[in-house]
Design a protein around this ligand. Structure first.
Ligand code: GLN
Length: 487
């Protein structure tokens, strides 16, 4: 039998339905792979016994014909999603041994559809980072290496564990979250497919908040169709999240494989700065040529406020984070470091519990929200955010969808000095992704090819709000033409 862990979600479901193998067999294969690839540090908690119990239940349903949409699919869950009875830490010391009493809506939806949980996946601490190096559990190692160096490379962040685990066949698919690029960037760097849906498409209930007006959950998987099947289940209105949209969830697989002739694809001039990496520029040109060859119309567009997006994001996201993270005080969850009185206990707990990057964000956030600076920074950033959103509204009068690179470079070595010494260098990696979150739009990364030294590169499709269906349509065309093969 072929290695079951090589199969996509779509292929795995077919095999299960046709009784070629059982859910238990699939799960056992993934547990082996999870154990064999521990070097990558993709999982921070393995739950093989949970997965096997769930797989057994799935097998019973297959036997009596009551199987559900994703029955018997073993998944990894980003450690930002609360999972009832299973340790959830956001990869922060401050949540040491926190065991949630309840399940996040997105994971509950997946469980209701029959998935099994292999474990919790590594991530940047509280999803703050672009390389998965801020995790309390240490960095995730990219399954790929450059052909001219033996250095371990970053998996991208913040959903680095999710992307690496899917890439290395340590799960069929994974959940991710994306506040400024955390689904799309690690997907691009690890050669897998991931979509950040429209803000409000998936419930945020039970997902630890980073920046509430930007956070959105989505799938990371081995193919475009796999992502669509997952989003079908993950999405939907939830009474427990007032920002989850009361919009119907269509069948996201419906337009996959359909002709894209006549669709207008926008190419934003501002995403091709002077210093753009030549390999990335070529990848983008190739993608444009593929869509053109299929009869799509290529339209030059402008998103004039793009140059302010990073600055606005790195004010708004820390501002919201500083407020959201106020709840970790040593009283209610996780770590508590005693002191002389209440104030000292707070100080000791937060000093020891949070990592360096999280502390930096809390300080920036508190600063930009403080009296006297609020107008100059926070309010100004909110106004810029509106202008960025307006740019997209204008652009979508001329095109149906936008094609851009996902990340400005391929994966770089873990501990890269230029990144560590100046956090702004790391923030610059988000240049192609943050605008999408600021505008609340859906964005998807599709693996399109390899760099000169054999590292995966991705392109991003940005759609109109709640138009994920057409993203999947165009993404599947790119997927077919690029024919990217995971290692
Ligand atoms: N790299 C960005 C940041 O550090 C985005 C992170 C995310 O999307 N969660 O804020």
């Amino acid at each position: 039998m072929t290695d079951l862990t090589n199969l996509t979600l779509t292929e795995t479901l077919d095999g299960l339905k046709n009784k070629q193998f059982s859910a238990t067999e699939v799960t056992q294969s993934y547990i082996k792979s999870m154990e064999a690839n521990r070097r990558l540090n993709a999982y921070v908690l393995e739950t093989p016994e949970v997965a096997l119990t769930q797989a057994k239940e799935a097998d019973t349903r297959y036997a009596n014909g009551t199987n559900k949409a994703l029955d018997g699919i073993p998944m990894g869950i980003k450690d930002l999603f609360c999972t009832k009875g299973i340790r959830t830490t956001a990869c922060s010391h401050i949540l040491d041994n926190f065991i949630p009493q309840y399940e996040s809506t997105v994971t509950q939806n997946l469980l209701n559809a029959g998935i099994s949980i292999l474990g919790k996946l590594n991530m940047d601490e509280f999803a703050m980072g672009g390389s998965n190096e801020t995790s309390y559990f240490g960095p995730v190692i990219n399954p790929y290496k450059a052909d001219n160096s033996d250095a371990d490379l970053v998996a991208g962040g913040s959903s680095g564990g999710s992307a690496a685990a899917v890439s290395a066949n340590m799960c069929v698919a994974a959940t991710g979250t994306d506040t400024g690029g955390s689904i799309r960037q690690p997907s691009a760097l690890c050669g897998v497919t991931g979509i950040k849906p429209t803000y409000g498409r998936c419930s945020r209930y039970g997902i630890m908040a980073f920046a509430s007006s930007l956070d959105q959950a989505g799938p990371i998987a081995k193919s475009v169709k796999d992502c669509a099947l997952l989003l079908n289940v993950m999405a939907g209105h939830d009474d427990k999240d007032s920002t989850s949209a009361t919009v119907a969830v269509p069948d996201f697989t419906q337009l996959i494989g359909k002709d894209i002739r006549g669709l207008k694809i926008g190419i934003p001039a501002e995403y091709r700065p002077d210093g753009l990496n030549a390999e990335i520029a070529k990848l983008w040109d190739d993608g444009i040529a593929m869509l053109k060859a299929r009869g799509a119309e290529i339209v030059n567009i402008s998103l004039p406020h793009t140059k302010y997006a990073l600055a606005a994001y790195y004010i708004i996201a820390p501002a919201e984070a500083s407020s959201n993270l106020a709840r970790y005080d040593g009283v209610r969850y996780g770590l508590r470091v005693e002191g002389n009185g209440l104030d000292e206990m707070y100080i000791n707990t937060r000093s020891e519990g949070f990592g360096k990057e999280v502390k930096r964000r809390i300080m920036i956030g508190t600063y930009v929200l403080s009296a006297g600076y609020y107008d100059a920074y926070y309010l100004k950033a909110q106004k810029v955010r509106r202008l960025i959103r307006n740019d997209f509204i204008e652009a979508f009068k001329k095109c149906d969808m936008i094609l851009t690179p996902t990340s400005p470079t391929p994966a770089f070595p873990i501990g890269d000095k230029s990144m560590q010494d100046n956090p702004i260098n790391m923030y610059l990696n988000d240049v192609f992704t943050v605008s999408v979150n600021l505008a609340g739009l859906p964005g998807m990364s599709i693996p399109m090819g390899l760099s000169e030294h054999g590292l995966p590169l991705g392109l991003q499709l940005i759609g109109q709000a709640f138009d994920e269906q057409r993203i999947f349509q165009v993404a599947s065309a790119l997927e077919q033409d690029a024919a990217f093969k995971r290692k």
